[in-house]
Design a protein around this ligand. Structure first.
Ligand code: HAM
Length: 405
């Protein structure tokens, strides 16, 4: 039996064009967060399982992780999220790190989910986290970065909305209902899933023993942050007391960004404040706020609104027409590379139309042919693949022409 060429369920292969789109997304993420002074970190995909048992939440640990026992009997998990890892790293070097610390990363994460539009088993996620600043300004910065990322991609603020809540509102509303810790936790998880289940009201009533009424007013922090964001020109922020977020470590504001288009009904970004997560380590208290934004969702948004630009490579394809042209093709390519050009050679000696097809399909920006005329007269013909236009130059002017182009 021959093997299947399909990738493993729920993960993607990135053919060169797919990778080019992903790189475009990553570059935009980097550009925006670095403008706010965030520095990049990274870590291994492997973590001890206990890291997630502490405060991520039982759903993710028991149902969504890829976990295994290694040959030394250790429980290992492929990271399903980056927050526990970054908290571990900050806690480990807490004495050397100067605060406020602004860190970002673009890790691949693994979750054993039912693959569906917008949810896969491996995705890449921009993580932007600010440590050691408890102020509302920090919360505001984190939300503003998310807003700026979307608008820099060309998404119109009318096309998305930011829903915001505060875990403290939820806690005090549940306390007013007189719920014990266990029921509160179960209710929070139920509300988190309300859009995915059809019998939410019945389930809530069964849990509480009475119909569930829940309409808490926003607290001072929520009112203030919405007001301040509006002042900065960010007015698509809405208070939503049913926004829970799945992870147990959040302690203050929580938020999610949603595309309003019905095809993309899952959150694009999600985050919040988690001031106690570092307590799971031997650490002083370090406050933190941040978010994660996945590559799958953002790509769907860019496709939906036709916002992916034509991504051209800078490569120059240089083709020899006869066997006598190969040395010149190679030496010219070397010279061009020394001058900073990206050059791919083709010495297959196929017919010119085939060579041109190779150069165009490889997404090369220019095609150069080296034949007898070029060799004898020291001239070069450059074809711009997209415009399908050619120009002939003295060879001595080639490099300066390319530099200008
Ligand atoms: P999260 O809400 O689980 O948060 O994920 C954040 C974003 O990652 C989601 O809004 C979505 O875009 C994307 N995402 C999550 N799971 C998948 C999946 N299976 N397939 C495709 N995309 C996915 C967290 O992970 C928090 N640790 C974020 C955070 C950072 N909070 C504070 N700092």
């Amino acid at each position: 039996m021959k093997l299947s060429t399909e990738p493993y369920k729920g993960v993607r292969d990135f053919y060169p064009h797919d990778k080019q789109i992903q790189t475009y997304i990553f570059n935009m993420w980097r550009e925006v967060v670095e403008q706010y002074g965030y520095v990049e970190y990274d870590a291994s995909v492997l973590e001890p399982r206990e890291l997630y048992e502490a405060k991520s939440g039982e759903d993710i640990v028991n149902h969504e992780t890829y976990s295994f026992t290694d040959r030394g009997n250790r429980n290992v998990t492929l990271r399903p999220e980056m927050t526990p890892t970054v908290a571990r790293m900050i806690a480990q070097r807490q004495r050397e790190i100067v605060f406020p610390a602004r860190w970002y990363s673009i890790p691949n994460l693994f979750r054993y989910e039912r693959p569906q539009r917008g949810r896969l088993r491996e995705h890449w996620q921009l993580n932007v986290d600010l440590f050691g600043d408890e102020s509302l300004t920090a919360d505001k910065e984190i939300i503003s970065i998310g807003f700026n990322i979307l608008t820099r991609f060309g998404v119109n603020p009318e096309q998305f909305e930011i829903r915001i809540n505060d875990r403290r509102i939820v806690q005090s509303a549940f306390a007013e209902l007189g719920l014990d810790e266990e029921t509160s936790y179960a209710l929070q998880k139920l509300i988190d899933k309300k859009d995915k289940i059809s019998d939410f009201a019945e389930k809530a009533e069964a849990l509480l023993g009475k119909p569930f009424e829940y309409n808490p007013e926003p607290n001072q922090e929520i009112v203030e942050i919405i007001k301040q964001l509006k002042k900065d020109g960010i007015s698509n922020v809405y208070y939503d007391p049913t926004l829970m977020r799945g992870f147990d470590y959040y302690t203050g504001i929580v938020f999610e960004f949603f595309d309003k288009h019905p095809d993309n009904n899952r959150s694009l970004f999600g985050g919040g404040r988690y001031d106690n997560l570092l307590d799971i380590f031997e650490s002083k208290r370090i406050s933190a706020v941040g978010f994660g934004a996945g590559d799958v969702g953002i790509q769907h948004v860019l496709e939906t609104y036709k916002l992916i630009p034509h991504l051209q490579r800078s490569t120059i394809g240089i083709c020899a027409l006869t066997i006598d042209d190969i040395p010149k093709t190679e030496s010219l390519a070397t010279e061009m590379r020394k001058n900073g050009c990206n050059v791919a050679i083709n010495t297959s000696l196929k017919k010119p139309s085939t060579l041109l097809n190779w150069s165009e399909k490889s997404d090369n920006r220019f095609t150069l042919f080296i034949g007898e005329t070029e060799r004898m007269n020291s001239v070069i013909t450059i074809r711009e693949n997209i415009k399908k236009k050619s120009i002939t130059l003295p060879e001595s002017e080639l490099i300066s022409w390319l530099k200008k182009a």
